[in-house]
Write a protein that binds this ligand. Sequence first.
Ligand code: MLC
Length: 473
Amino acid sequence: MNGNFFDLLRAHWAVAPDREFLVPSTGPPVTYRELDVRCAAFARVLRDREVQPGDRVVVQIDKSPDAVAIYLACLRIGAIYVPLNTAYTDSEVDYFIDDAAPRTTIRNADMAGLTAAADTAEPWMGCQTRLADDLAAMVYTSGTTGRSKGAMLTHANLATNALTLHAIWRFAPGDVLLHILPIYHVHGLFVALHTAMLNASTVLFQTRFTVDDTLELLPEATVMMGVPTHYIRLLDDPRFGQDTCANMRLFTSGSAPMTEAVHASFTERTGHTILERYGMSECGMITSNPYEGERTPGTVGYPLPGVQIRVMDNDVDCPAGDVGIVHVRGPNVFAGYWRQDDKTDEAHQDGWFVTGDVGSVDTEGRLTLEGRAGDMIISGGLNVYPKEIEMALDECNGVHESAVVGLPHPDLGEQVVAFVVADGTTSLTAHELQSTLRSQLAPFKVPKSIRLLDELPRNSMGKVQKVALRNNP
Ligand code: MLC
């Protein structure tokens, strides 16, 4: 049997080859059959460029039907797809290329040549045979050290997670997905697109999220997947209400915690209860509130079928209700970090993956997250690691030292804020520091605010007190 996930997807969408698959914000819709042929054309081009099974293909391109075709082409030929946030700067991308050692890299500037080649290529309609445990994708995730790690995901990881979500979220004929997420992360690429493809669903494929477009398209959709910021922005618009959602059957939220207040306002305004779920790049989706049954605000629900979680305090299993570190085991758990066996080992304990997230499980088995063991910031559904920003700040002229924390933000959930101590060699302004960082880091990582301090608060051991900075910004 071919363990290639592409084979599974193709078998599912084959029930409706002439259905519109991607309906983009600009340009004509693409049917499943057309997408298959386009994907096969890219498969031919990549094979002509000597991309072999197991080779990495680093991709940093804008969201478009061709971007989806390229993703599927990589699966199809057995290559390992490595998506990158389009906001990353050249120097950030250099790191990933160096680390992933890809056979080829595709960036926006390469797209004209690549699509022209695909236009004339003889489609390669095959599907490379892969074992279920072969790698399908590698998703970069940062860590407390500031150095990104490639989380290696197998065909089986992708397939089992997609099939499970398709089933438990009750995808059915007639479902139409409103897709407003970027496609370089697990959420938009895997959770949203895989479930839709398994269902041969039509996808309203928005290049970027705007409230206006969402209000216009929601009446045609039945499912939307978003991060809390999307729902906050919709609720800010008085036009959003029951009429807009009349055709909808499911709103899911993830990638960042949703406050109980937003959850409640949403229900009050629309009559719909958002289904919150929990996942991460290393595991895809881990838990979900139930489709039927109570969706409890503030919790992320139950482990997915086949997935186990436990909450540990050091080496001891926590009793129900007690807070500890969440561990995960199951077919969704990744194969390890690319070329970083030490980090892979560190992240495992007795065969369980140690998420680093802090939470508790109640007597019914429902997980509630309390935060992170580290000081990671989640801004608008994107993870930012303070260490990476501090290292960049400390390199700036005139900076003696810095500390970066996440502070509450009404739209993004958390915002990145930096505290900087000058070394006195030159005059420093927050604005100049932000401009310098902007040349090196993706904009979402650049602190929204930089405050100059005479010194950083430290405890008696000399360790910077981030709690004090968070509490008295
Ligand atoms: C954009 N900006 C952000 C930002 N997004 N700043 C901080 N945090 C963010 N998340 C910056 C822009 O660069 C711009 O800066 C300014 O904010 C205003 O931008 P905007 O036009 O308001 O932003 P917008 O394009 O609307 O993007 C906001 C957003 C986007 C929420 C739609 O961030 C988004 O799509 N988030 C979802 C991310 C996601 O898919 N996460 C899934 C990870 S997978 P300037 O200064 O240039 O003007 C995962 C696993 C799981 O976590 O469980 O799902």
